[in-house]
Design a protein around this ligand. Structure first.
Ligand code: PIR
Ligand code: CA
Length: 309
């Protein structure tokens, strides 16, 4: 049985790779793409989703979502993803439309019409998903699973304590983590193991395809900003880790924890505080990603991308 997923993205270099592998994997049925403000403004992330879909010939409907966080002032990440949100490769003008229906309405309708078999895969701020549960708290029981990229039990990447997707909308993340849906949290602790080293870039170019070259160019730009900002030798390719888990559950291990989002403090605003030991007395609300099988991960990504001819 194909697993039905909705990808909620803010492309974003690594979001683009997540989209490309999701659309090419026979294990998954990509029922819709929804966009959110995050790495760049909603206008830019939506345009980027359409451009990537155009290059790759992806014919899945794209719905635009919310343009700002629920409460806090907007933060974007041009230092990492550039002014366009997807700097580096030359991308064509989009030839695929944006649907008229709002992303939040689309997600609600799809869950309503489903047998409880829809998995949500958010790889940007959780604004759209929070809006779904604010309007329809009952839908938390209809979601099969939420496999999200965000958070960290260790270090942050936008403040010492917070990861970007959670920091960009902590109140939304709070709503999602307390909604009652089963969650797999793929945080920086996991994604920092998914580095695009030079041998990976070689394999991508070795595909000798438009999409292989596109992903190599995306990750080369991403690597240059990661080197500038963090001094890292190879960039972590965060968002595809979520999709890889749905293609092959053995790609990483998880541990149950109670995850709370700090929405109140100054230094720790947007931190995902992970209780692995039951210290707070709360039952676990998430499976937290721990150890990546790195070879398996890149094999999954390369196998999926090789399907684009
Ligand atoms: C990556 C991102 C934002 C900021 C930095 N510094 C790095 C984006 C990625 O698209 C990913 O979804 C998540 N946010 C990682 O924090
Ligand atoms: Ca992202």
């Amino acid at each position: 049985m194909k697993r039905k997923i909705i990808l909620d993205i803010d492309p974003g270099h690594d979001d683009a790779v997540a989209l490309l592998i999701a659309a090419a994997s026979p294990e998954l049925e990509l029922v819709g793409i929804t966009t959110v403000a995050g790495n760049q403004t909603l206008e830019k992330t939506t345009l980027n989703a359409r451009r990537v879909a155009t290059v790759a010939g992806i014919k899945v409907p794209i719905y635009a979502g919310l343009a700002r966080p629920l409460v806090r002032d907007q933060v974007i990440a041009p230092n990492i993803h550039g002014e366009s949100g997807l700097d580096g490769p030359d991308l064509p003008a989009p030839e695929v439309p944006v649907e008229k229906e709002h992303a939040v309405d689309f997600i609600i309708r799809t869950l309503d019409e489903s047998d409880g078999d829809i998995t949500l895969v958010p790889t940007g701020p959780l604004t759209n998903i929070a809006a779904v549960f604010i309007r329809r708290p009952d839908l938390a029981r209809r979601v099969k699973e939420i496999v999200l990229m965000g958070g960290a039990y260790g270090l942050g990447n936008v403040t010492p304590a917070a990861e970007f997707n959670i920091y960009a909308d902590p109140e939304a993340a709070h709503v999602v983590f307390t909604a009652g849906a089963p969650i797999t949290m793929v945080g920086l602790d996991l994604t920092h193991q998914a580095t695009a080293t030079p041998d990976v870039l070689e394999r991508l170019r070795g595909l000798r395809t438009r999409v292989g070259d596109l992903v190599a160019e995306l990750l080369t730009f991403f690597g240059s900003t990661y080197h500038k900002v963090y001094g890292m030798e190879a960039p972590p390719v965060h968002d595809p880790c979520t999709v890889a888990k749905l293609i092959d559950p053995d790609v990483f291990t998880t541990r149950p924890a109670y995850v709370a989002v700090d929405t109140k403090s100054d230094l720790n605003y947007g931190r995902t505080v992970c209780d692995f030991y039951g210290l707070t007395g709360h039952a676990p609300n998430a499976q937290v990603a721990m150890k990546l099988d790195r070879d398996r991960f890149w094999d999954i990504v390369l196998t999926a991308l090789a399907r684009y001819r």
